[in-house]
Design a protein around this ligand. Structure first.
Ligand code: CTP
Ligand code: MG
Length: 377
């Protein structure tokens, strides 16, 4: 059965405060709404995703999520969901709060699986704390067994959810869609939620969400070789080095930046330099290699990632790298927007052995370490 996801992101975020509505505020490296949008867009069972935003917030939503289908929000969450429902055609629908940025695929799976036996499903978590009534003083304890904290994404048979919205008395405020479907007399199943789905409501919740997000650390390597030839410029690590010969290749042949670009692309499994800048493409002839490096860094930034450290080993007999190390370090640090102590430049000879030993070419190996948001997935 086809599945649509509606992400409601049309609230004003009044309790959270801040310069922009909370769903567009940065969290774990991305605007908040981008996290849930990515989770649904990437889920194999989800066929269409609609993000509901307040009128006037369309550009903000596109900047956050990229090409995304939008619907216009209403005055209440219920109206925003209804407008999202009008924009989708799937048989099943998942309704999710943009204010819950981190959506584990396993929760989507559980919700969809339970839709085989109920018209509505909501993830929920049992309460852990002792509950009491009271105002200024402690009152009676409330038994917590049988009490749940309700989360989203909530899943529904789309026709049933449409009926629930049509039947709802606009004078009454609906807390969520699951309540509305239950009011129709339909069964709403509970499945296990996830603490990472907690909603961001108040200012203090941002730091807690950031901590829940966690970081996934990744490292990858790159390697490259170019031939040394007379009559070429020698670009190494983004620096022009005076030498009797230079590296030849399709671009400026900066072997160090090429190896480093491949290492960075490796951390996000995004292929290699040739995937992005095919040597057959004439526009890269003689190109300055810093473009390749900043492109790779941009792809990491798009994923909310941050580069932690890069390390290069140049392999050649000549030129001596030592005198140029600081310049390369500064240049690469500037290109990657890193402090120089996060850029390591090393060099070695191969004791006159092999092609590097004979001075026929220069080799470089690189490694990069990055952190990406998404340890919760
Ligand atoms: N929402 C919506 N349209 C509305 C109101 C809320 O799409 N008219 C969305 C919010 O953007 C949020 C979700 O519903 O993703 C849950 O609402 P809530 O956490 O209450 O967010 P806000 O209403 O934005 O915050 P506040 O109540 O503090 O103003
Ligand atoms: Mg609200």
């Amino acid at each position: 059965m086809s599945v649509a996801a509606i992400i409601v992101a049309a609230g004003s975020g009044s309790r959270a405060g801040g310069a922009v509505p909370k769903q567009f505020a940065p969290i774990a490296g991305l605007p908040m709404v981008a996290h849930s949008w990515r989770a649904f867009a990437a889920h194999p069972a989800v066929d269409e995703v609609v993000v509901v935003v307040a009128s006037g917030q369309e550009k903000r939503a596109r900047d956050a999520c990229g090409p995304v289908r939008l619907a216009t929000g209403g005055a209440t969450r219920r109206e925003s969901v209804a407008n999202g429902l009008a924009a989708i055609s799937a048989e099943r629908v998942l309704v999710h709060d943009a204010a819950r940025p981190f959506v584990p695929a396993a929760v989507i799976d559980r919700v969809l699986a339970a839709l085989d036996r109920a018209a509505g499903v909501t993830p929920a978590l049992p309460l852990a704390d002792t509950l009491v009534r009271g105002d200024a003083t402690l009152g009676e304890m409330v038994r917590r067994d049988g009490l749940w904290r309700v989360q989203t994404p909530q899943g529904f048979d789309a026709a049933v959810l449409r009926r629930a919205h049509a039947a709802w008395d606009a004078a009454e405020e609906a807390t969520d869609d699951a309540q509305m479907v239950r009011r129709l007399g339909e069964v709403v199943a509970l499945v296990q939620g996830d603490p990472v789905l907690e909603k961001v409501t108040n200012p203090a919740d941002f730091a807690a969400a950031e901590a829940r997000a966690g970081w996934e650390w990744r490292s990858a390597t790159g390697f490259d070789v170019h031939r040394l030839e007379a009559g070429e410029e020698l670009w190494l690590g983004g620096v022009l080095i005076p030498h009797d010969r230079g590296l030849s290749g399709h671009s400026d042949a900066d072997v160090a930046l090429h190896a480093l670009t491949d290492a960075l692309l490796g951390t996000i499994a995004a292929g290699d330099i040739g995937t992005h800048f095919p040597p057959s493409d004439m526009q890269w002839k003689g190109a300055a290699s810093h473009q390749f490096l900043t492109h790779a860094a941009g792809l990491i930034a798009e994923r909310g990632g941050r580069i932690a450290f890069v390390d290069l080993t140049l392999i050649c007999e000549a030129p001596k790298i030592g005198p140029h190390r600081a310049a390369m370090q500064a240049r690469i640090a500037a290109l990657l927007d890193l402090s120089p102590d996060r850029v390591s430049i090393k060099a070695t000879t191969t004791e006159r052995l092999g092609f590097t030993g004979r001075g026929e070419g220069i080799a470089c190996q690189a490694s990069a370490t990055v952190r990406l948001p998404g340890a919760w997935t």
